[in-house]
Design a protein around this ligand. Structure first.
Ligand code: FES
Ligand code: FES
Length: 180
């Protein structure tokens, strides 16, 4: 790897230093080098949003940038959304609102939704749809996706309703859905 470059990137609160080829996409680095397979590749051409992550807190499509461009930056993937084993409210809401079918779009949808709510904590349904327009759901389950995001914006709490908000239950569901 004669032309490799050394990068240091903080991903999900862990610092990684690696030699990468300049042409390596960030999504490839996350999936193939770091094993962050929750970040998915649906198109590789900036259309679907399945690869959405946060770069310094701002959502980006990780197939649209090179790993070297993340040098010195902080990346959060869907796998970094939970805190101490507790799913983030958006993750719980997607589960509870049945906002997924095959689940392939789900990680990107959640990352984009988190970014949307950070910018606008109380979006209207129309604003949610606008904010998610760069993320495609091939199963066309948009109604429940919007409902999940709106429920978080409206402060709906799902605790104690019989569905465990644990990493294990989420990964079971994800595996069942064939997402990896
Ligand atoms: Fe990046 Fe589709 S894989 S937008
Ligand atoms: Fe299948 Fe969205 S749930 S692509």
């Amino acid at each position: 790897m004669a032309s490799s470059k050394t990068i240091t990137v903080e991903v999900d609160d862990v610092s990684y230093t690696d030699d990468v080829e300049p042409r390596l996409l960030l999504v490839q680095y996350l999936r193939e080098r770091l094993g962050k397979t929750g970040t998915l590749i649906g198109c590789d051409t900036t259309n679907c949003g399945a690869c959405t992550v946060h770069l310094d807190g701002v959502s980006v499509k990780s197939c649209t940038m090179f790993a070297v461009q993340a040098d010195g930056h902080r990346v959060t993937t869907i796998e970094g959304m939970a805190t101490n084993g507790k799913l983030a409210p958006l993750q719980v809401a997607f589960h509870q609102c049945h906002a997924l079918q095959c689940g392939f779009c789900t990680p990107g949808m959640i990352m984009q939704s988190a970014s949307l709510l950070k910018e606008n904590p109380h979006p209207s349904e129309e604003e949610i749809r606008d904010g998610l327009e760069g993320n495609l759901c091939r199963c066309t389950g948009y109604q429940n996706i919007v409902a999940a995001v709106k429920s978080v914006a409206d402060g709906v709490e799902y605790g104690g309703s019989g569905v465990s908000a644990s990493i294990d239950s989420a990964s079971d569901e994800t595996e069942t859905a064939g997402v990896s």
